[in-house]
Design a protein around this ligand. Sequence first.
Ligand SMILES: [Zn+2]
Length: 115
Amino acid sequence: MAHRKQELEALRDELIDRFERYKAHKEQRGGPLDKDMEEQSIELQNDDVIEALQQEAEDELRQVMHALERIDNGEGDLCEECGEAIDARRLSAVPYTTLCRDCAELPEATRGGGE
Ligand SMILES: [Zn+2]
């Protein structure tokens, strides 16, 4: 599964890069708002979008790091929830997944705790 690990490492670097760019974008702001109202509201909307994108990149990054950890532990292709092997096609479609398809489809609340 070395291939998947390389793929995840590339994805991790890309996400860190994306995350940093969103962060830099947000930090460029904060000067006095001297534009007309319309432009201000567009900017505010844009900030929300950046915020959401940054959050998304962060969540994805967390998942990628988690998947990499599991690969290092030798359990990268086993479902975190039920311990079954994760389908290889699923792994190549969603390289950072740590759940088999059955478990991934269950809502969070009904997972875990069961025998
Ligand atoms: Zn499972």
